[in-house]
Design a protein around this ligand. Sequence first.
Ligand code: MN
Length: 170
Amino acid sequence: MKTRNIQLSLGFALASAALLTAGCQEQTTEREPESAAGNATQAIFQKGEKAPAENFTGTAWVTNLVAPDSIYTTATGSVVFEAGARTNWHSHPPGQLLLVTEGVGYHQIEGEHKQTIRKGDVVKCPPNVTHWHGATPDSSMTHIYIVPNTDEGIVNWKQPVTDEEFNRKN
Ligand code: MN
């Protein structure tokens, strides 16, 4: 009984830490000091690894948060785009959700105007639609990405977003 409770608690704590569930009594992540927690620039997740230059322009950082497995067939992570940084054009066979957690950026679907996206915005990228996302020229932007149904694929990378495309006024 005791072992089972520990296992349940551990699983719950891990899931809760990953999801940043509010009010979780089993929260095991270390708390930042109040002074740091009150700092608006405090990052939620680690920056992770530098994003590969073949698929990104400028400086971006990617951290994997939930790798797909047989239960959670989703790819979930966080990307920090420094000002001016963006993905290449690309598509996701199952679609993608973007949850903006910091800063100001752009999202553009091929053939449509650029959208400005800000902290708190949620973007749905439809399946197999070519698009890109990134920071604005003057602001960094951080978003969580969620690709569902990864058995259909995760991402198909295409050409870079040119400076002309990036700076074009809608
Ligand atoms: Mn995308």
